[in-house]
Write a protein that binds this ligand. Sequence first.
Ligand code: F6R
Length: 368
Amino acid sequence: MRESTILDNLQLVKSIDRSSMLSSCVEAPKHYAEAAELARNVTVGFKKPRMIMVAGMGGSAIGGELLRDWARDRIEVPVEVCRDYSLPAYADKNALVFVSSYSGETEETLSILADALKRKCMIVCISSGGKLMEVAQRLRLPHVKVTSGMAPRAALPYMFMPMLTILQKMGLTSEADSEISETVKVLRQLVIENLPEVETINNFSKRLATGIEGTSPAIYGFGIYRSVAQRLKTQFNENSKTPAKWECFPELNHNEIVGWETAGEFSKWFSVIFIRDAEEPVEIRQRIETTKEILGKSKLKLFEVQSRGKSNLAKMASVICTGDFTSVYLAVLRGIDPTPVETITLLKQKLKQTGAKEKTIRELQKFK
Ligand code: F6R
């Protein structure tokens, strides 16, 4: 089979995955463990916030989505993700704002920092360096410095886990620590099973990549897997360089499914990946099964990814890890290096000429 000939040829895989995105998948357990420790010594003397906002873009925003889903049934303070230039009207001094940018150089995120400073929010910055770190140090804002030299999306554990540690330090949750050790254990086993050395026949991620090749995948999540579905979608975009979409149960039963009704031959260009959980609520299970039955009559290719572990963190991280591996193997099958994101780089270069970021930097310099 052509796919296994490519994916099981380690030399070939390495020559395509030149910057080794695969190694960040392999090192995921280590990254989660290290990332959880990063914020332990960061001092945050804030009172209990009325709301938590995570401001960031792309790979630095998805950690906020994960936090939102993880916190939904445990933290009584609302969590919101802000992917924009400014905060919503209700963000004031009672809002805890995580300003998250891996590079520390993202125009929109720096603009949110200026806005959060104006509104006197409680601010915690997370970056590997850049302007964000510079301003945080000058203004003595709490700053979590994460390991540098990675692609922002590969640094997801580093952008996500420090927020859990900080919320635990602030007394908003007590569950983070207990979930981390299980997560690391679950990920270690998952990595062993999906290593590039493991042949396609025994390697779930390689088989999934083979199955969806030539289609545009739609990832369907529910509950805590809403953000996870979104993460998988963006990894297929950035690593595999392929269009993808994500949706969520039960909402997708009220619109999305109708879109496939008359898709006919067109549907053969798409696949659907259902995220499953051995403990999924019965009403969701029935919806997924019924949706699969209906969509099974079309030409769509249907797949499932099963989560692992007991805790929400382990469950979410296990599907993310499977998706990360799959997106890299899909890139390899397509003969594309997963790491460079040339279109994003080009866009950022072009937008530099507008001067918007420079204007924000000048504004930030005025804060004392
Ligand atoms: C690149 C990636 C992008 C960036 C985004 C924001 O790997 O995933 O989505 O995360 O362009 O840049 P940062 O994360 O540096 O603020």
